[in-house]
Design a protein around this ligand. Structure first.
Ligand code: SAM
Ligand code: SF4
Length: 451
């Protein structure tokens, strides 16, 4: 392992860096992309191809203090129903444009809390999606589930609609930590939700937990990970808690002095990581762990792991369409993001127009750099031959870029003319190394701690 002093010297404990779920990252999207681009790009999808669909539900019954997601609290179903009608209208507009024979390889309902939809609304939404495109043969339909906000009826509706992967938010099991992040969720609540999910025949289960939370210690994260392991998740996302109170105002309820230092964050991550590895989980990229039989592990072994807005994926589709307020679509031509505010999004759809408000059109250089960053985030290596073949560029150009990165990270990168490799002991630096391939100026604000 690189010593803490070496990592400190390279800036790991001070840097703010993106998580690179896209390239360029969303803060660099601009207004030059609008609904005409979105429409053209949908029209260019090959008939009969497989695409992915993401649906965003920006509502929650509870508003957890730690949460940096864009969501609004509501106890009433009225705004949810109005939003659902808008989503269905957007789906119908999409259905009118999609070329013949398109199928869904992936469908994801995210949020917010999609499970706050009553069962009837879930059936309605699933029906509207089925009218637009059927699932492909090896489809995956996943839903983000708040264990506090789900019941038998809703799980039955989701299972009947084809849900075959559930993603459960855990964060941490320790009570003091739960109180300090404004998210109370007893172990039994999580356990019972998982049992109910499996009882409905949904056998792929993801769980999200966080390191770097207030009052989190190595002992506490050990206990939380052990409790999580007793529930046998197929996939775990171990995210670093992003404390960005200037963006997520609720986080102002979490005093900065209750947070672990960056050095302690690294120890917390390492502690949790070792427990997953001891339990025979495969390490996937920078922050995921997956059972040996899980699709992510299989994709990683086959060199087919990809990175998208949901983190890591084994989805081979070239097109991901995001519907709902703030959702981002990815096409071979570029990114298109819907208006972030629910009101603005709803207004546009009601006028019969798509709600694209900004995005980015890829240049050839974006595609090259984007692939280099994705390869680092997924495989910790970049292969010269792959880039030469895919982008028809001279190997010397790639090697020059490797050397420029090596100058920024002396004695860290393992470089030959054939490849750049981040050795295991330097992987904490992966996002910083990825940033050295990012041609856009990165402002510190809006990004989270490098560890
Ligand atoms: C959009 S939330 C939806 C989860 C669902 N509503 C629930 O509460 O279980 C998905 C995940 O984002 C992660 N997340 C939210 N805020 C975060 C933050 N500030 N830093 C890191 N991860 C965060 C959490 O792990 C959460 O489970
Ligand atoms: S963690 Fe889930 S329930 Fe809590 S505010 Fe965020 S999206 Fe809503």
């Amino acid at each position: 392992m690189e010593t803490k002093e070496q990592l400190a010297k390279l800036g790991l404990f001070d840097a703010k860096v993106p998580r690179y779920t896209s390239y360029p990252t969303a803060p660099h999207f601009a207004q030059g992309v609008d609904s005409s681009h979105f429409t053209d790009w949908i029209g260019a999808i090959a008939p009969g191809s497989e695409i992915s669909l993401y649906l965003h539900v920006p509502f929650c019954r509870r508003l957890c203090w730690f949460c940096a997601c864009r969501t609004q609290g509501t106890q009433s179903d009225k705004p949810v129903l109005a939003y659902l009608e808008t989503l269905k209208a957007e789906l119908a507009m999409l259905g009118n444009l999609l070329p013949e024979g398109v199928r869904l390889s992936r469908l994801h309902w995210g949020g917010g809390t999609p499970t706050l939809l009553p069962a009837g609304m879930m059936r309605d939404l699933a029906g509207a999606i089925a009218d637009v495109a059927p699932f492909s043969r090896s489809y995956e339909f996943s839903v983000e589930i708040d264990p506090n906000e789900v019941d038998e009826d809703r799980l039955a509706a989701l299972a009947a609609a084809g849900m075959n992967r559930a993603s459960v938010g855990v964060q941490d099991f320790n009570e003091e930590i739960q109180q300090s992040i404004g998210r109370i969720q007893g172990y039994e609540v999580t356990r019972d939700a998982i049992e109910a999910i499996r009882g409905h025949g949904v056998h792929s289960l993801n769980a999200d937990i966080l390191y770097g939370l207030p009052h989190q210690t190595r002992e506490r994260i050990t206990e939380s990970v052990q409790k999580l392991l007793s529930l046998n998740p197929d996939r775990v996302a171990l995210y670093g808690y992003a404390h960005v109170p200037w963006m997520a105002k609720r986080q102002q309820l979490i005093p900065s002095d209750s947070l672990p230092t960056p050095q302690e964050r690294l120890e917390l991550f390492e502690t949790a990581r070792k427990l997953f590895l001891w339990d025979n989980y495969a390490e996937i990229g920078i922050d995921h762990f997956a059972a040996q039989s899980d699709g992510l592990t299989v994709a990683q072994k086959a060199g087919k792991l990809r990175r998208n807005f949901q983190g890591y994926t084994d989805d081979p589709a070239e097109v991901l369409i995001g519907l709902g307020a703030s959702s981002i679509s990815r096409f071979p031509q570029g990114y298109a993001q819907n208006a972030p505010a629910t009101g603005a999004y709803t207004g546009r759809i009601r006028e019969g127009m798509f709600a694209t408000s900004r995005g980015h059109i890829f240049s050839d250089e974006d595609k090259l750099r984007g692939r280099m960053i994705e390869a680092l985030m997924c495989d910790f290596r970049i292969d010269t031959a792959e880039l030469v073949e895919r982008f028809a560029i001279p190997a010397a150009q790639v090697v020059e870029m490797f050397e420029a990165a090596a100058r920024q990270f002396p004695d860290v990168l393992d470089i030959t003319p054939e490849r750049l490799f981040i050795p295991p002991e330097a992987r904490a630096l992966t996002r910083m190394i990825a940033r050295s391939f990012d041609a856009y100026e990165m402002s510190a604000s809006g990004h989270s701690s490098a560890i």
